[in-house]
Design a binder for this molecule. Sequence first.
Ligand SMILES: NC(=O)C1=CN([C@@H]2O[C@H](COP(=O)(O)OP(=O)(O)OC[C@H]3O[C@@H](n4cnc5c(N)ncnc54)[C@H](O)[C@@H]3O)[C@@H](O)[C@H]2O)C=CC1
Ligand SMILES: CC(C)CC(=O)C(=O)O
Ligand SMILES: [Mg+2]
Length: 378
Amino acid sequence: MDEIRVWKWMKKEEENKVFLCQTLLHHYSPSIDKDVLLLTASIEGIKYEFQEKLLGGAALDATGVPLPEDTLSVAKQSDAVLLGAIGGYKWDKNEKHLKPETGLLQLRAGLKVFANLRPATVFPQLVDASTLKREVAEGVDLMVVRELTGGIYFGKPRGFGTNENGEETGYNTEIYAAHEIDRIARFAFEVARKRRGKLCSVDKANMLEASMFWRKRVLAFAQEYPDVELSHMYVDNAAMQLIRNPKQFDTIVTNNIFGDILSDEASMITGSIGMLPSASLGDSGPGLFEPIHGSAPDIAGQDKANPFATVLSAAMLLRYGLGEDKAAERIEKAVMDTLNRGFRTADIYSSGTKLVGCKQLGEEILKSVESPVPAGAV
Ligand SMILES: NC(=O)C1=CN([C@@H]2O[C@H](COP(=O)(O)OP(=O)(O)OC[C@H]3O[C@@H](n4cnc5c(N)ncnc54)[C@H](O)[C@@H]3O)[C@@H](O)[C@H]2O)C=CC1
Ligand SMILES: CC(C)CC(=O)C(=O)O
Ligand SMILES: [Mg+2]
């Protein structure tokens, strides 16, 4: 690849109180995931052009819309898109079309990234940071494949109304067309095939028509993938099984809203939502890479946020977005080195480790990117 363009939304300094990820990252000049990505690219000899554009609250404040045309257009022309989290108290009461979250959904739809990969891996160094017992959490390595551009977040009709009793209502529609299920099902079978060959499709087919249809379409792919063991589970049971025995799962495929919820749940097995990166991919065009967490406004400005999820998203960008596996490994190894050297933010701290803020953790990750610690040296 001769030229690599990476685009990232970056918040402005004055919004630090609102956007934690960017607050914590912004202590660091200008953000940890960007610094790690660009340093790694330079060391690995990857040529790049890096542009920054606004999305979400920063875009609303600057332009009046959550996804400016210029942002979408540059994102579409890029090879990969690195994204911080959006949202904040300041815009919570905005009308729907003027919410930061709407900008994010428009970007995902605009880039047609229908498959969202959310790996939940328990690093050996963090087993004791999990809220689950060691024997339950240790060795968990599962992948949530979440459908990202359909379902209830996009379905119509939606809105506010009045029912036959004159009472106010709010409504959304869970709807999937056949092609939307088929493409995510195929994607998930392929993912499962490259992993441990087990695919669990999560739905609510005992009650919802959209789920009954989902299950029927997923099932139709089973004969094409005889090497993949397909199972089905209702989402309420899946939420319980993830806590009871998460090691039973290899790859989970599910709709947009169930995947959103289950991946937040799965993140806690690993110690923190601050550990989970994600990759959103389509049939063609750039992938979108972002942590699974939001802007964490409750700890904004406190230098407390865990940067690993965003840094690992940069690694996913290199691997799945640009095919730069060696560079991705450099970042993943730097994360492991940093953990091995004992550095932890508060959310993953356990006794005997070193409690640091986001800024220092970022500096430690950068040191490890630059000079990987030889195996056995810590
Ligand atoms: N993809 C995105 O950009 C997302 C944006 N949001 C937006 O973020 C805002 C906050 O939403 P919440 O429901 O509070 O979800 P959230 O994921 O921002 O935070 C949930 C909890 O996890 C903690 N947390 C999140 N990331 C962390 C990190 N890196 N290190 C340590 N702790 C971390 C927070 O402090 C909070 O207690 C809202 O405006 C929401 O719409 C929420 C989810 C995803
Ligand atoms: C705006 C939300 C739908 C985003 C979210 O929670 C997510 O994608 O994880
Ligand atoms: Mg979410």
